[in-house]
Structure formats: structure tokens, C-alpha cells
Design a binder for this molecule. Structure first.
Ligand SMILES: [Zn+2]
Length: 307
């Protein structure tokens, strides 16, 4: 069965999730699209054990399940509405929203609360990117950054980070993207990146860098396109280059002076946004942890003992 429908506009969102009750119902419908089913005995009769804490109890065997189990909201002290709005803003705010903006928009009194919310929602941006790219993929590497805030407040010259990009080509458009920080542009580094992101047997387009030749020896259908062989004005890796310039514009606009330490999580966020740019519903549900909740849960995850 399908999940409950996702509101398409901000007004629809506001109407749909106007109360705590409505948010609870949405969580219930997301977990049990066909009505309650006991995870232990399969019975379909349940009573609400603790309405406020969202725990349901099977009327046959007594097993308890919290509707927030396995989601990012588990054991939260914040209203569900706050979580829903935060996920909505993070999912639909294209340049990426800051903790300060989130605090203001949601009327939170403490900056720490906004920061923690954002941190939890961002945590969900990493896990879903596990399946490998396939079909035809462009792989390229590029330098990013180079300036960081100095300890004394002045702008110091920092080290540029080497980043790799892999992106599916789908006719004139592009499909999913992956990015990662590389230690160097050697054959082993680029092969490791390809293997972590792209299925074997895939057609992989690269520029003429000699390090990429290793791909052909490891089950990739490697196609090198040296820039010098291109017709003047032709871009040999158009999808990869567009993704790189989008990333640079995004980093420049919202995340100036990102340290090397935080760069991987910004790359994850960019990849998450790119891959869900046409499916805000998937982004919203993934951020709240609703898409992972049908996976096996451990006992402390299932029972909301903080009630
Ligand atoms: Zn039961």
C-alpha cells in the first residue's frame, strides 16, 4: 500500500499538519498504511496506551509500539509540528537553511534547539545514498575551496580540497550524483571512488587524465574524452561540470569558509538535494526517518520507555 499523500504547496502543508493530532495520524498512517498490525502476534486490534507519547498497545498480546520508533523524532520533547515544519523547510529550501533561519522561522527560543534539530535532520542525508550509479556515468575530479577563516579572524590561505564527482547521464539531463573528498588523483584513489559509487560494467566517461586508465582493467567500460580531442567549445563532461559549478555556487552562497573537517557533510547535503530535487515528498519523509522505519528495530528503539 502507498504512503499517505504529501502536500504539494505550503498552504496545503499548513492545513494538513495544523495540529499535533494531525501529525500523529500521519505517523500512524505512514507506519501502518492498512491499519494497525501487531509486530509480535499480527493481531489488528490496538488501543492507544499513551496518546501523548504516541504509544500503541496490542489488545491481544500487549506488545507496545511507538509511532515514532525508528524515526528521527523518537523520544523527542519538541512538538511534532516543530519537526514536521523543520523537515519541510530543510527539504524545500534549496540553498539549504541555517540554524539561525530555522530558529527564526519556527519561533524557537534557543539557538541550541534549532542547531540540534538541523543536525538530526542532516544526519538523514547520508544513509540513503548507498545504491550504486549505473547506465552511463561521468566521473571527474576538481579542487574546491582554498580559503578558510583564520584563527585570528583574518582570511588565511587554506589548502584546496580535491573532490571527485560521479553523475549519471540521462539523455540531455542528469540522474543521480555522488561526491567524495579524495586524498590524491592517483589511479588507486580514483578506482576506489568509482567502486564505491558506480556499478561494474557501467560506461564511464572521464577526461584524458592517465590515472583513469585503471578503470578499464576493473570491469568498467571506460571511455576517455581528452579535452584536446573535443570540437572547439564542446564540453567533454557536461553533466559533471554542471554539477561542479552548482556545488561551487551553493557552497559560495550559503557555506563560506567550510573547514576540511565539515566538507564531507556538505557534499552529502548537496548530493541529497540534487538527487531529490524533483521529489520533495521523498526528501521530507527521508529527513524525518519515515522511510527507514520498516526495517528491523531493536527493543529499546521500539518501546518508548521514556514515557
Ligand atoms: Zn499482539
Amino acid at each position: 500500500m502507498s504512503r499517505p499523500a504529501y502536500p504539494l504547496s505550503i498552504l496545503e502543508f499548513q492545513d494538513r499538519f495544523a495540529t499535533e493530532e494531525a501529525c500523529r495520524d500521519y505517523l500512524f498512517e505512514s507506519r501502518w498504511p492498512d491499519g494497525f498490525v501487531c509486530r509480535q502476534c499480527g493481531a489488528q486490534r490496538a488501543g492507544v496506551l499513551h496518546r501523548v507519547r504516541l504509544v500503541w498497545q496490542c489488545k491481544v498480546c500487549g506488545a507496545q509500539t511507538s509511532v515514532t520508533a525508528g524515526t528521527v523524532m523518537h523520544r523527542t520533547k519538541l512538538p511534532l509540528r516543530t519537526w514536521f515544519w523543520a523537515a519541510y523547510l530543510v527539504a524545500t529550501h534549496h540553498p539549504g537553511i541555517s540554524a539561525k533561519q530555522l530558529q527564526r522561522q519556527l519561533g524557537l527560543s534557543r539557538h541550541e534547539t534549532a542547531w540540534a534539530l538541523l543536525h538530526k535532520l542532516r544526519g538523514a542525508m547520508v544513509a540513503p545514498e548507498r545504491t550504486l550509479l549505473s547506465g552511463a556515468v561521468e566521473i571527474d575530479e576538481f579542487f574546491l575551496g582554498g580559503y578558510e577563516e583564520g584563527l585570528k579572524g583574518g582570511r588565511q590561505r587554506g589548502k584546496k580540497a580535491l573532490v571527485a564527482v560521479a553523475i549519471e547521464t540521462r539523455g540531455r539531463g542528469s540522474g543521480r550524483v555522488r561526491m567524495a573528498v579524495l586524498t590524491d588523483a592517483s589511479g588507486p584513489s580514483l578506482l576506489a571512488f568509482a567502486q564505491a559509487t558506480t556499478e561494474p560494467e557501467t560506461i564511464v566517461y572521464t577526461d584524458g587524465l592517465a590515472s583513469y586508465r585503471v578503470l578499464a582493467r576493473h570491469r568498467y567500460d571506460h571511455c576517455a574524452r581528452p579535452q584536446r580531442t573535443a570540437v572547439q567549445g564542446e564540453d567533454v563532461l557536461p553533466k559533471a561540470h554542471r554539477a561542479i559549478s552548482n556545488l561551487k555556487a551553493w557552497m559560495h552562497g550559503t557555506h563560506r569558509g567550510v573547514s576540511d573537517h565539515h566538507l564531507p557533510s556538505y557534499l552529502d547535503e548537496f548530493v541529497f538535494r540534487h538527487n531529490r530535487r524533483r521529489t520533495p515528498m521523498a526528501a521530507f519523509q527521508t529527513l524525518l526517518g519515515l522511510s527507514a522505519q520498516h526495517e528491523p528495530l531493536t527493543y529499546p528503539d521500539i518501546i518508548d520507555r521514556a514515557a
